[in-house]
Design a protein around this ligand. Structure first.
Ligand code: SAH
Ligand code: SF4
Length: 384
């Protein structure tokens, strides 16, 4: 029997074409698309407004299959982490972060990451493969469904952070738990360009999740040519992992800087702002004790960014295994922040959430069978 087509990763235009090839009208594609994404339905029989003939055709040729959940962990602060099965020995993680008025999903784009930033646990594991659009969207599809099921059991998907981490009932008109997506999970999203942008197109589609471009943020370590491509294809909110105020230090902790140094990166950021949904770029800066967290680094950063509309987000380093790095103490983080604020920047400190379940930034390890390493071993063996 021929393999069935998984419709989960299709954009609406692609689904419409798939339907057209089978003699079906565009509005039928739209109906199915809405059932899948707006209603979270994977069973064609439950799509009650479709003709029986079409449902049979879909049964024969298609399916809606999300990646399988291997585990689910819930933190004391409501943060929820899932590990998804993405093939032999491999898993990727997705994290839901509730607040009182929104729910943010941190989505993975690759199994591992080839860019090997020294402070990142995903980077330490090496790279296995890119995720498909269906696997990327599947994380959102599953999270919404699962959080809705939990809500039906009395576990709300909003939390009052300002007071006591109390779970609160969501507003009545909020139909879906996830209101914001950040492409900040495992992997470098711009190195998996087509599946990531296809998945984001569906996130933005009013017939699917209907998120505005401001509510979808892509975080990149600075793959300059791909930032330019993103500008043409789908300019969502952009976050850039800067982490150092000069090339010498940045190249040491982020090897990609040797290919795309800071000034090239900042030029691409300024171009991107012509079409970005916000009038600034968010620069992420992970605070590594004794490495990039000194007052002189803050002053250097303030000068570096003077021509680029920027918002700075300082991230306390999240430790893992034998990372070799330490978290900067809060007092030094505040001092660093003050220097930036006095220089006229908006600088915030990211609140660490879900670290009791290893769900904080940079802690996503999943399970990665490092294919690059295997390849090197094979080459060594062949050479021997
Ligand atoms: N590859 C993309 C997106 C994924 S990482 C990127 O690098 O931007 C999301 C953010 O977490 C990045 O800013 C990354 O630098 C940061 N990060 C990585 N390891 C971290 C750690 N151990 N502690 C805190 N933040 C970390
Ligand atoms: Fe990859 Fe981002 Fe981690 Fe760097 S910080 S290794 S780019 S996931």
């Amino acid at each position: 029997m021929p393999e069935k087509t998984n419709l989960l990763g299709f954009t609406l235009p692609a689904l419409t074409e798939w339907f057209a090839e089978r003699g079906e009208k565009p509005f039928r594609a739209r109906q199915v698309f809405r059932w899948i994404h707006q209603r979270g339905v994977d069973d064609f029989d439950a799509m009650t407004d479709l003709a029986k003939g079409l449902r049979e055709k879909l049964h024969a040729e298609a399916e809606v299959i999300p990646p399988q959940v291997l585990s689910e962990h819930r933190s004391a602060d409501g943060t929820t982490k899932w590990l998804f099965d993405v093939g032999v020995g491999n898993g990727v993680e997705t994290v839901y972060i509730p607040e009182d008025d929104r729910g943010t999903l941190c989505v993975s784009s690759q199994v591992g990451c080839a860019l090997a930033c020294t402070f990142c646990s995903t980077g330490r594991q090496g790279f296995n493969r890119d995720l498909s659009a269906g696997e990327i969207l599947g994380q959102l599809w599953v999270a919404n469904r699962r959080l809705q099921a939990l809500a039906a059991e009395g576990v709300p998907y909003r939390i009052d952070l300002r007071h006591d981490n109390r779970e609160i009932e969501p507003e009545k008109d909020e139909r879906r738990p996830v209101t914001n997506v950040v492409m900040m999970g495992m992997g470098e999203p711009l190195n998996n360009f087509v599946p990531v942008t296809d998945a984001m197109e569906v996130m933005l589609d009013d017939n699917a999740y209907g998120l505005s471009r401001r509510r979808v943020t892509l975080s990149t370590s600075g793959v300059v040519p791909q930032i330019r491509k993103l500008k043409e294809r789908l300019p969502v909110a952009l976050a850039v992992s800067l982490h150092a105020p000069n090339d010498l230090l940045r190249s040491e902790i982020m090897p990609i800087n040797r290919t795309y140094p800071i000034q090239e990166l900042l030029a691409a950021c300024r171009d991107y702002l012509e079409v970005a949904p916000r009038d600034f770029i968010t620069f992420e800066y992970v605070m590594l004790s004794g490495v990039n967290d000194q007052p002189q680094h803050a002053r250097e950063l303030a000068v570096l960014l003077k021509d680029t509309p920027a918002k700075l987000n300082l991230i306390p380093f999240n430790p893992f295994g034998d990372s070799g790095f330490q978290r900067t103490d809060m007092e030094s983080v505040r001092r660093f922040q003050d220097i930036l604020i006095k220089a006229g920047y908006i600088a915030t400190v990211r609140r660490t959430r879900g670290d009791d379940i290893d769900a904080a930034c940079g802690q996503l390890a999943g399970q990665v069978v490092n294919r690059m390493k295997k390849k090197t071993i094979r080459i060594h063996q062949e050479a021997a």
